[in-house]
Design a protein around this ligand. Structure first.
Ligand code: HEC
Length: 237
């Protein structure tokens, strides 16, 4: 089990540790540190680390009004020990900053998925965000980064659902979890919680098994890993 109460001295110690070890590979400043401007600091414990972004980029970032491209960002590197909180800092925040976020962006730094967003109103004092736990393979991320981005144009609601499968928000979970796959010759479920190997959804994303081949539907293998991690961790809603 992971302890939820991290003591303040530990937090302070971790921040100083990170401040002293910017070149250890864990946190890469995307620009030189700046003495002026606002500062934000945060600690996060990550779960579901098999779904750590790879081709996509995982950042701690400041977003402005428009919210699509970060004003400032630092790449979050995968920690060696995932049970230890990862400490992150941003410097030189300007008054355009509206939120501090933990997000997945693409190579053009466009926002793909926002895990956490904290509204900022006062940049005069250092913003110390609460310690948070983040499940990298949470269902909402699967819904947005996979189903909504690549599936619902065919698996929409009502009569627009190929194979009668509705993967739209609010419907996909009950359409998938513990439901029989009509096209599975072995009688698998679409999603069997805790059992990636018994989940037809994952099978067709990896193997050419049904008439409409699904193996090229997702542009990055890590999106399949994301679905797999969600299923292995019990396909919670
Ligand atoms: C271009 C249209 C299209 C896209 C995009 C698409 N599908 Fe499909 N899907 C189909 C069709 C058509 C079938 C039925 C294939 C057949 O009858 O062999 C199907 C079947 C399925 C099935 C089998 C259903 C069952 O009951 O056995 C699953 C699961 C599925 N799709 C999931 C997905 C997921 C997840 C995505 C996105 C990653 C996706 N599909 C994207 C067209 C699409």
């Amino acid at each position: 089990m992971i302890k939820k109460n991290y003591h303040l001295p530990l937090i302070a110690a971790l921040f100083s540790l990170v401040a002293l070890s910017c070149d250890d590979g864990r946190i890469y400043p995307s620009e030189p540190e700046e003495a002026t401007g606002g500062k934000a600091a945060m600690q996060v414990v990550f779960h579901g680390e098999e779904a750590w972004p790879k081709e996509y980029i995982f950042i701690f970032a400041a977003f402005g009004e428009e919210g699509k491209i970060p004003l400032k960002s630092k790449i979050i590197s995968r920690p060696e020990d995932v049970n230890i909180p990862v400490a992150m800092m941003l410097n030189g925040l300007n008054e355009e900053t509206k939120t501090i976020s933990i997000a997945v962006v693409n190579k053009g730094r466009e926002l793909i998925y926002d895990f956490y967003s904290y509204p900022v109103d006062d940049l005069d004092k250092e913003i110390l965000l609460p310690v948070t736990e983040i499940d990298l393979a949470r269902y909402d991320r699967v819904q947005q980064q996979v189903f909504e981005a690549y599936c619902i144009r065919c698996h929409g609601a009502g009569t627009h659902a190929a194979a009668g499968l509705d993967l739209t928000a609010g419907n996909s979970h009950k359409a998938l979890v513990n439901r029989p796959a009509t096209l599975s010759k072995e009688g698998l479920s679409l999603v069997a919680p805790g059992q990636p190997a018994g989940s037809f959804l994952l099978e067709i994303l990896r193997e050419d098994l049904i008439q409409y081949n699904h193996t090229d539907v997702l542009p990055e293998a890590e999106l399949i890993d994301l679905v797999e991690t969600w299923i292995r961790n019990d396909a919670k809603e």
